[in-house]
Each structure stands twice: as structure tokens, then as C-alpha cells.
Design a protein around this ligand. Structure first.
Ligand code: FNR
Length: 235
């Protein structure tokens, strides 16, 4: 007996090589942008494509817990920047003394320079109290929202748009500034704008803050026929 063909399935195949290369190019050349933003506004249709890419992300129980708050207003961005500045001073003091001047020299946001900021939030109640797949780990809605951010980030790379993720602020403060209800979590505060140049390697590596780890250091178990242990980490 043959199963009836499932009309919802479409035939699939690996991407043709140029398409595959384009996907990997977006992944490997995506950068976190803090300073290279051009002032030109992003056209609405482009922003819509980026949001569609974000909204196509996987999510636990298909709950789609994300919302995207678009911020162009210069005064609002200035207020968020002030919240960043306060937190950044606190952040500096958390590092060992010998790293503080290096920390201080890093540019860690593009809030005022980027013409568009997007605050990406997560609503834990979007799909009711019991969510398929979140039953044993409540972090899954936040993880889903991060998937949406990564989709947006990669789509932006393909569109010539730089994205910078800013996480140095007190959540309650920015929530208050943006009128976000208390039960909604801020997952990512993103700065977006066209870019003509990107760092070829992560800026934090270029500036001597931290290097990319070799793949071998983060893979363990049965790797390429060999049993490998997780390399000792921690600086
Ligand atoms: C969750 C999260 C939060 C932040 C970041 C990233 C992520 C994933 N990153 C960007 C981060 O520094 C950057 O991704 C790494 O340095 C690697 O560089 P590329 O993204 O490859 O350019 C980041 N960068 C920054 O300048 N200020 C910030 O507050 C943050 N916060």
C-alpha cells in the first residue's frame, strides 16, 4: 500500500553552487556594525523585507513571540544613547583594572549614527501559558526571538545594510523610555543603516580584545572519526 502523496510537501534539492556560496558569504561576512553607518534613510520596502526575514524565523511551538519596535526619532535615540552611556560606565568598572582602558577605547554602539533603531522584544504570553516545546525550559521564547534577530542580520548583510546589536543598558530603563510593558522582554536593541565598508574580521579581534576560537576548541564528541574532549576554556 502506498501512502497518499502529501500535497503540502514540495520537492527539494541542495542549492545550486552560487546560491549556496551566497548563503555562506552572508554568514561569514556579516559583521556587528558600530560606526560605519551612512545617514541615508532605509527605504520602507527594504525594511519590510528585513522584517519578513526576521518573522520567518523558527520559534518554539511556532509561538512567534517577537515584536519589532522601529525607532527613527532622534530624540528617542538620544535618550537610549544616554541609557547606554550610563550602563557603559558601570560596565567598564566590572572589568579588571588592566582591561579598563582597552574597554573604554572600544566603540560599542551606533545608536545615534544609525538612521534606524529596532528594539526586538519577546512576549512570553503570545501563545498562552503552556507552549509546545517551552514546557521544560522557559528560555525558549527568548531563544526564538534571537533566531529572528539572526535572520534579520543575515538578510541585512545581503542588502548592504549594517546591523549593530547593543545590549549595554538597564532593560527597565529602556523599557520605560520606549513605553514597553513590564511583562515584555527586550531581547535585542539593533542599530541599522546602509554601509559601504565592513570589518573583514570581527572588530573586537582587530582591536585586540578577543580572538575567534579555533573550531576544534568548540567541538567535542565523535569528530571526524576521532573521539575528542571539550578543550579547556576560560581565560
Ligand atoms: C547577544 C549579543 C549582544 C551583543 C553583541 C552580539 C550579540 C550576539 N554585540 C556584537 C558582538 O560584539 C559581535 O557579534 C562579536 O564581537 C563578533 O563580531 P561580528 O558580529 O562577527 O562582527 C555587541 N556589540 C557591541 O558593540 N555592543 C553590544 O552591546 C553588543 N552586544
Amino acid at each position: 500500500m502506498h501512502d497518499r502523496p502529501n500535497e503540502f510537501l514540495v520537492r527539494t534539492a541542495p542549492f545550486a553552487e552560487p546560491d549556496r556560496d551566497a548563503v555562506y558569504r552572508a554568514i561569514h561576512t556579516r559583521r556587528d556594525v558600530r560606526d560605519q553607518f551612512l545617514a541615508d534613510p532605509l527605504p520602507d520596502d527594504l525594511v519590510r523585507r528585513l522584517l519578513q526575514a526576521a518573522h520567518a524565523a523558527p520559534s518554539v511551538g511556532f509561538m512567534q513571540p517577537w515584536s519589532f519596535l522601529l525607532i527613527r526619532n532622534a530624540q528617542t535615540r538620544e535618550a537610549v544613547w544616554r541609557a547606554f552611556t550610563r550602563a557603559n560606565e558601570e560596565a567598564e568598572a566590572m572589568f579588571p583594572e588592566e582591561r579598563r582602558s582597552a574597554y573604554r577605547s572600544l566603540k560599542l554602539e551606533g545608536i545615534r549614527k544609525a538612521p534606524l533603531n529596532i528594539c526586538v522584544t519577546c512576549d512570553p504570553d503570545r501563545a498562552g501559558p503552556v507552549v509546545l516545546g517551552r514546557t521544560h525550559d522557559s528560555r525558549m521564547d527568548a531563544f526564538s526571538t534571537v533566531c529572528a534577530i539572526q535572520n534579520l542580520w543575515l538578510a541585512a548583510r545581503a542588502e548592504g545594510v549594517g546591523v549593530g546589536w547593543v545590549s549595554i543598558f538597564r532593560e527597565a530603563e529602556v523599557r520605560g523610555l520606549l513605553g514597553i510593558p513590564e511583562r515584555i522582554h527586550i531581547i535585542g536593541y539593533l542599530c541599522l543603516g546602509f554601509v559601504e565598508e565592513l570589518y573583514a574580521t570581527p572588530e573586537l579581534e582587530v582591536k585586540g580584545w578577543r580572538k575567534r576560537l579555533p573550531l576544534e576548541e568548540v567541538v567535542w564528541g565523535e569528530m571526524w572519526g576521532q573521539s575528542v574532549a571539550l578543550a579547556k576554556t576560560g581565560d
